[in-house]
Design a protein around this ligand. Structure first.
Ligand code: PHE
Ligand code: FE
Length: 306
């Protein structure tokens, strides 16, 4: 858990009219979240304030978009490639309202602006209501290749295209509802690991070969080839208990990825009541411990790619 929580809990957030809870990240990190939470509403959403982007901001987006687009063929899953143009013209940071209009017509999802990372309960509530929070600020030019926190490029380019896919769209809503339940059970950390290894860093096995569907991969110029091609990366079959036992790092390329055969497989595998699963994972953590990022266990099933 990030150390900034102690410093941040009573300050700016408490004054802002929202719940006054600092965002939580379970990965390692020690900087407070960037972003002005004072302008957020009680549900942590805010106005996009599109007119406040500078020419340099739009240029950063344009260059990130152009670089990433050339990499997609043969690496991003078809569903992502089919939808990425629906974000609109790549010349400037899209207006969220316009993306929402197109998205809502397709799958009933909307995107809402947020100042940055938000607390998990607020996040789950939005997802359960088919609202996807998108950070509205963009990285500084010197962070072109690497930014620790999600910015508008990661959130929009990485996450929003798959919300146009009906099955994935339903998975994201189910995840949000599952989050509200996990919160009641005190198991948010285990559920957050599922998000990490699917929505952020998931791989899809297709007849044409391995493809990325995770937003953390698809929005990163370096991680996209690493995830798909590096002999250093481990690629395992979808395995919910294994994911939930696994710690992860937020500041390096992932050493381990999990592979699904379809979004339907992911949806079906996560449909059962997780209460029993959480209990089982807790027991295995008690007896065998957590799995450190990059470690292997004997039950691991590496995916053999055609
Ligand atoms: N089935 C899960 C539960 O009962 C909810 C869930 C669905 C979680 C999809 C994640 C993804 O808690
Ligand atoms: Fe993300």
């Amino acid at each position: 858990m990030a150390r900034y929580e102690e410093d941040n809990a009573a300050g700016t957030l408490a004054d802002s009219g929202n719940e006054g809870i600092a965002p939580v990240t379970y990965g390692e990190g020690d900087r407070p979240p960037r972003g002005d939470y004072g302008r957020a509403r009680a549900d942590y959403t805010c106005e996009q304030q599109w007119s406040r982007y500078s020419e340099a901001d739009h240029d950063t987006y344009r260059r990130l978009h152009a670089r990433q687009l050339t990499q997609l063929p043969g690496k991003a899953c078809d569903e992502f490639i089919a939808a990425v143009d629906r974000l609109g013209p790549a010349e400037s940071i899209p207006r969220f309202e316009e993306v929402s209009r197109r998205l809502e017509r397709r799958t009933g999802w909307r995107i809402v602006a947020v100042p940055g990372l938000i607390p998990e309960l607020a996040f789950f509530r939005l997802l359960a209501a088919r609202r996807f929070p998108v950070t509205d600020w963009i990285r500084r030019p010197e962070e072109f290749d690497y930014v620790v926190e999600p910015d508008v490029f990661h959130d929009l380019f990485g996450h929003v295209p798959l919300l146009f896919d009906p099955v994935f769209a339903d998975y994201m809503q189910a995840y949000g509802a599952g989050g509200l339940k996990a919160a009641r059970l005190g198991e948010c950390e285990l559920l957050a690991r599922l998000y990490w290894f699917t929505v952020e860093f998931g791989l899809l096995n297709t007849a044409a070969g391995l493809r990325a569907y995770g937003a953390g991969i698809l929005s990163s110029a370096g991680e996209l080839p690493h995830a798909l091609e590096s002999p250093q990366a481990r690629r395992l079959r979808l395995d919910l208990p294994r994911m939930m036992r696994s710690r992860y790092r937020i500041d390096t390329f992932q050493p381990t990825y999990f592979v699904i055969d379809s979004f339907a497989e992911l949806f079906d595998a996560t449909a059962p009541d997780f209460a029993a699963l959480y209990a089982r994972v807790r027991r295995s953590i008690e007896t065998d411990g957590e799995i450190e990022a990059g470690d292997t266990v004997v039950e691991d099933q590496p995916v053999v790619v055609a």
